[in-house]
Design a protein around this ligand. Structure first.
Ligand code: AMP
Length: 184
């Protein structure tokens, strides 16, 4: 069997977004499968999460979902086809497992959940808790205003050092794996 690296992808759970975001998630899913990169995600079947997981599977790749029991039971929205579905008691435990089992982290377009996950791995990297690569996929310039806000935080003295040096920003899914140092 091929050996897999693992990469955690944080992304939207919403289905009410433009098609181009789904397209980017599908393309990235194809690339994960082609380069034997195991997808670790929040275990949801909805939004970009579900689309990317299904695409990885359609190309015979591997998917590990990590989902709190409460989300799975109450919402019933887990991606049950995951090769491994890890059920956790809490959101924090879920984030810890997603963090610990990966060789790198990617954030696609998303909402509050995605932003929170991205900022956590970024803060941990900046504080020296890990040195794994982090990539922000800036589809359609989705994150331009966040990146400007980061500049503003730095200018006003709320952030120190070159925080942006701790992650890569790419606009095409094809550039994600090379930025992670995988599958170029
Ligand atoms: P959001 O960006 O607010 O849509 O939240 C998406 C992120 O939060 C994902 O990366 C997941 O880890 C987590 N998440 C939020 N909602 C769900 C859900 N229904 N099922 C699984 N994970 C979710």
């Amino acid at each position: 069997m091929a050996s897999y690296r693992s990469v955690t992808v944080y992304c939207s759970s919403s289905n009410e977004i433009e098609e181009s975001y789904f397209e980017a998630a599908r393309t990235l899913g194809q690339l994960f499968a082609r380069h034997h990169v195991q997808l670790v995600n929040g275990g949801g079947s909805v939004g970009l999460m579900g689309v990317m997981a299904r695409e990885v599977h359609a190309r015979e790749g591997r998917v590990v979902g990590v989902i709190p029991k409460r989300l799975k039971d109450i919402e019933g929205r887990a991606y049950d086809a995951s090769d491994e579905l890890i059920l956790t008691e809490t959101m924090r435990e879920r984030k810890r497992i997603m963090f610990e089992m990966s060789d790198g982290y990617v954030a696609l377009a998303g909402g509050y959940g995605t932003l929170e996950e991205f900022l956590e791995v970024l803060t941990l990297r900046k504080l020296g808790y890990h040195d794994r690569p982090i990539v922000l996929l800036n589809t359609n310039g989705f994150y331009d205003s966040l990146l400007s806000f980061f500049d503003s935080m730095t200018r006003k003295g709320f952030a120190h050092g070159d925080t942006k040096s701790y992650f890569d920003v790419v606009s095409r899914p094809e550039d994600v794996l090379p930025a992670l140092g995988l599958g170029d």
